[in-house]
Design a protein around this ligand. Structure first.
Ligand SMILES: [Cu+2]
Length: 117
């Protein structure tokens, strides 16, 4: 076995074990959300604070189809992201204005709400 390869492998594994967002998470309000075709996202109602960073992770256990196959939060997370089984979705934003922001599909059908206080 070529011993020179071991340190490189160790560095690669350490890099994988420390995702880039781990530092940002320290000061963010973090939510873990599930998705199934039968129940859509759960939970689907969130309360957060103006000026405080929010980190939402969605872990789909189904792949969504049709109208509701993408998710976005107009005004907070404007880029539609596809709900695909096993593929984690991350939304990160810092709300600047209080209000009730709808969680929607890519065309605006509501599926939940983020209340910014
Ligand atoms: Cu739709």
């Amino acid at each position: 076995m070529n011993m020179k390869r071991i340190p490189l492998l160790t560095i690669a594994l350490m890099t994988l074990a420390a995702p880039a967002c781990s530092f940002a998470l320290v000061n963010a309000e973090t939510f873990s959300v599930g998705y199934t075709k039968a129940h859509d996202i759960a939970p689907n109602t969130f309360t957060v604070k103006t000026g405080k960073k929010v980190h939402i992770e969605i872990n789909p256990t189904d792949t969504a189809t049709g109208c509701m196959s993408e998710i976005m939060v107009p005004g907070l997370s404007d880029k539609p992201q596809p709900l695909v089984k096993g593929k984690k979705i991350v939304m990160e934003f810092t709300p600047q204005k209080p209000g009730a922001y709808k969680i929607t599909c890519a065309m605006g059908v509501p599926r939940g709400v983020i209340n910014v206080q």
